[in-house]
Write a new protein. Structure first.
Length: 56
């Protein structure tokens, strides 16, 4: 399991989520958008898992 920190916040009518780098900023400048917090964080988890697989 990837242990990188997921952060999220409301932005207007939607939520954004990202994998935090050492400074808390979006890793690779990637921000994922969804209608709900749960969906945005799930998209961030999937993105993190895919990038981890690609790195191997």
């Amino acid at each position: 399991m990837d242990e990188r920190e997921i952060r999220s916040e409301a932005r207007g009518p939607h939520w954004v989520a990202w994998i935090a780098d050492a400074n808390g900023k979006p890793e690779g400048s990637v921000v994922l958008v969804a209608a709900t917090r749960e969906d945005a964080e799930e998209r961030a988890r999937k993105w993190a898992a895919q990038t981890a697989r690609d790195a191997r």
